[in-house]
Design a protein around this ligand. Structure first.
Ligand code: HEM
Length: 532
């Protein structure tokens, strides 16, 4: 970099601009000088000044925190590496210091890798707000609630909280169980078609997650073919919202396909919202998130406390569809990541599988067909701990990008500049050896009540913290405890361990690098007999 700066700095153009400006002593002199220099000289002068400015700006913002001494690649910074992010590179960055930085194009990025700094950012809503890629506004639409900040955001959030309470979630379980039963069969059939030889299950895991969410959100208002269409196309939205993407939507590009898929999905949701309104208006009982929302609006009419007043207005079908789309957006990648690791980890540990199976039958009094209910899931203490430990061991979301709204004195020796991206990392806190003994080991029992892990609430950053903490966290714990329990009872699945199984691939969230090779067979839950 030094040589680049020096070679441009040596260019006579810069010198001649300065000298003649001073001697002419006025505007006329400047104009004459500019006329005298060639376009090439002017061009190189501008480039040169830009490069020097880029380095100075980087140095000023970096201050004393860890990070490259200079921007090795002028202007672009480590842009090319960011196109193919590697977990090991992220980890090296976290290990380089509690606060570190990089600069990509004009974006200055601060990374916080200790528990306390991560929490400080997540809870620092006075200084920061969530940062989505530029194109997200177009895909999720500018009117979407996720772009609200401060009081407007917290009021809107309050009106949504009622959709994810335990009592509301209990009402979505019957339709979710239907999806689980369907996919039990589907995974076995898919495996049979490949002679039960292990095959990539990454896409199947994404599909079941999408189907489970859509059923919980839209209940019976969404048809099977609509579920299939959204599940098939949803990856186009993930690809469109990758951290590095072209901010203008041009036809037939990734972002264009992403926007088309989002519009198609929101259209479906709008129709479902009207059906939910009609159902509740006719005195029907809520069975999905949309119903629950309409019921809350309906019930609020006769109440006048502060929270009910937030629901006094009629949320339009379009508004409901946009919010439900954000739930799908927030859930799809993280849930697929959890599903992949959970099925891999349990298959690789027969003792864990055995304990889950034993518990599943015990809590059902040996009736494997006992329907799912909130009370039943709450008895599945061991299975719950397996889900929780998977989330700690392989947290789906490793970093949460925020943007600095106003100068943020994050540490005694460092103030993050306005406009910078600031990223609290969640992984290091969840692998902190001071809190989790043998953090690289998978130990579900570490979560028993009263244990050091359970008491260390400040380290539990899997779902974030503060005003944007995950809205779906209870949903995640209940759904996954129920899901892995049912699969353990009714199927026997084998995982083919490859050299890449334990390696981490970053694709928005984290996945096994070999895309998960599995095979499922039917199993009799009472005798343990496996169908061949
Ligand atoms: C394993 C699954 C999941 C993980 C690990 C996860 C994790 C997270 C994290 C880390 C955040 C950012 C929190 C912060 O900034 O402090 C978040 C936000 C959010 N999550 Fe989740 N999530 C998961 C599933 C879900 C599901 C299933 C839903 C919906 C049903 C959901 C809805 C949301 C929403 C709406 C937000 C934004 C909240 C706001 O801005 O107020 N998430 N999640």
């Amino acid at each position: 970099m030094d040589s680049v700066v020096e070679s441009y700095a040596g260019d006579q153009a810069l010198m001649s601009v300065q000298n003649s400006t001073i001697s002419a002593g006025g505007l006329q002199g400047v104009v004459q000088t500019l006329q005298a220099i060639s376009y090439w000289k002017l061009f190189f002068t501008v480039v040169c000044v830009g490069l020097v400015w880029d380095q100075i700006s980087y140095q000023t913002k970096k201050g004393s925190i860890a990070g490259p001494r200079w921007k090795f690649w002028p202007v672009i910074g480590p842009f090319l590496e960011s196109l193919d992010p590697k977990f090991e590179e992220y980890k090296a960055k976290w290990d380089s210091g509690p606060l570190s930085c990089v600069s990509i194009f004009h974006k200055f990025v601060v990374i916080a890798s200790t528990r306390d700094l991560a929490r400080k950012i997540l809870q620092g809503h006075k200084y920061v707000k969530p940062c989505l890629v530029d194109v997200a506004v177009k895909i999720l639409r500018p009117s979407n609630w996720v772009f609200l900040d401060g009081k407007a955001h917290s009021d809107y959030r309050k009106s949504l909280n009622g959709l994810f309470t335990k009592s509301s979630l209990a009402k979505y379980l019957p339709s979710q169980e239907q999806v689980m039963d369907k996919y039990l069969e589907k995974f076995v059939t898919f495996s049979a078609e490949n002679d039960f030889k292990p095959q990539v299950f990454f896409h199947e895991m994404r599909e079941i997650m999408c189907a489970l969410s859509l059923k919980a959100f839209c209940g019976s208002y969404i048809t099977e073919s609509q579920i299939r269409k959204v599940a098939d196309d949803y990856y186009l939205v993930t690809a469109a919202l990758e951290l590095v993407n072209f901010p203008i939507i041009l036809p037939y590009t990734k972002t264009w396909y992403g926007q088309k898929t989002a519009d198609m999905t929101m259209k479906i949701f709008e129709k479902c919202a009207q059906m939910a309104k009609d159902h509740i208006a006719a005195g029907g009982k809520p069975t999905c998130v949309m119903d629950a929302w309409c019921q809350l609006m309906h019930d609020a009419k006769t109440k006048n406390d502060e929270d009910s007043r937030l629901l006094h207005r009629e949320f339009s079908n379009r508004e409901i569809s946009e919010a439900i789309f954000t739930f799908l957006f927030a859930s799809q990648d993280a849930s697929s990541s959890l599903a992949c690791w959970l099925f891999q980890i349990v298959a690789d540990r027969p003792d864990v599988m055995e304990k889950i199976r034993e518990e599943q039958l015990r809590v059902r009094d040996n009736d494997p067909n006992k329907p799912l209910s909130l009370e039943l899931i709450e008895e599945m203490k061991y299975t719950y701990m397996v889900v929780k430990e998977t989330l700690r061991y392989r947290p789906p979301v490793i970093m949460v990008p925020y943007v600095v709204k106003e100068k943020f004195p994050i540490a005694p020796n460092y103030t993050a500049p306005k406009g910078a991206m600031i990223i609290p990392t969640l992984y290091p806190a969840l692998h902190d050896p001071e809190v989790y003994e043998d953090p690289e080991e998978f130990i579900p029992e570490r979560w028993v009540e009263g244990s050091p892990a359970n008491e260390a609430k400040r380290n539990w950053l899997v779902f974030g913290s503060g005003s944007h903490v995950c809205l779906g966290q209870t949903y995640v714990m209940l759904t996954f405890t129920a899901l892995i329990g049912k699969f353990a009872m009714f199927t026997d699945w084998k995982h083919e361990v490859t050299p890449l199984s334990e390696k981490i691939k970053v694709f928005a969230t984290i996945f096994p690098k070999d895309d998960l090779h599995l095979s499922f067979r039917k199993r009799d839950p009472l005798t343990g007999k496996i169908e061949v």
